[in-house]
Design a protein around this ligand. Sequence first.
Ligand code: ADP
Ligand code: MG
Length: 338
Amino acid sequence: MSIGEFDLIQEYFQRQAGGLGVTLGIGDDCALLQPPSQGPLAVSMDTLVAGVHFPRQADSELIAERALRVNLSDLAAMGADPLWFTLGLTLPSADPQWLDGFSRGLFAVAHEYNCVLVGGDTTKGPLAMSIQVHGSVPNGQALRRSGASIGDYICVSGPLGDGAAALAVLKGELETGTKAATYLLDRYFKPEPQLALGVALRGLASAAIDVSDGLLADLGHICDASLVAASVDVEDVPVSPAVSQVTSPDVYRPWALAGGDDYQLCFTVAPERLTALQALKNRYPISIIGRIVKGEGVHCTLQGDAYELEQPGYRHFQASGATEGDPSGTEIKEDNPE
Ligand code: ADP
Ligand code: MG
């Protein structure tokens, strides 16, 4: 996008002055950044494509909010503090109304979580965006996927299944216009990156991941990286009242276990740290849902019996049946940014 590119950047994206470690922000060929602490930078990027990762017609303010929030969730999962982000934006046209909403949503989240936009690139083409976030974490304290040991408690930071239930609302499979539906859509478009908890888990959690693709898949990544297995008691997996009050366990259990889009943290804690974990449970709605065991993969039990999802790799609400460009706004993404 050549004509008007600089005006566009100035008008919509050059809105944050300074910031921790920002020697030079937007406007030159590069930003100049000084990591404020001794530890490593945690860096992560997610790309969201219209018609694949979000409905093309969705409100641009919500698109921006969600895009930055899911990126920040990766920093949370690493135990990192947000510092800066860059934005690669591809636009079919420079629509002022769309851009105004987009930058409003973007900077609302940037301010909320203290993350400064320091650069990017703006091009013309089919609507898509990439955000790269940078965070800091003290030496040796990053929460990796690979540290889980046999006997560790498996925990989640809050209810699971809201994301899948929200997609059911968007598809018209759950009643819309209710208090529950409003809550669910809010959770879907404004997932809360668990940044404060991520920091609190430094030195306590043996492994961590954010739940973007569903508990079974993401806990499976911890198991693979740590060369262990997980045993999960399905009854201990928390679901929100919005989900449990409008559906039955047959419906919401698969959502909670495999639905994705929740952006809670799943983490493991060694049994000798149980007292510290209990103390943290007083401050965050953490649930213990199982234990790390010997073997491979994630195994679920329900009242003592093995519990299998009817469809392994349950993907009902990420079905390919959604049509690209569907103006009803019910297109479903195929994979989730983690
Ligand atoms: P260059 O031609 O050197 O790549 P650009 O013209 O692409 O520079 O960008 C000019 C300045 O605006 C740079 O500092 C760049 O980081 C910033 N920038 C461009 N697009 C965006 C965007 N979407 N969000 C934030 N900063 C941007
Ligand atoms: Mg450029």
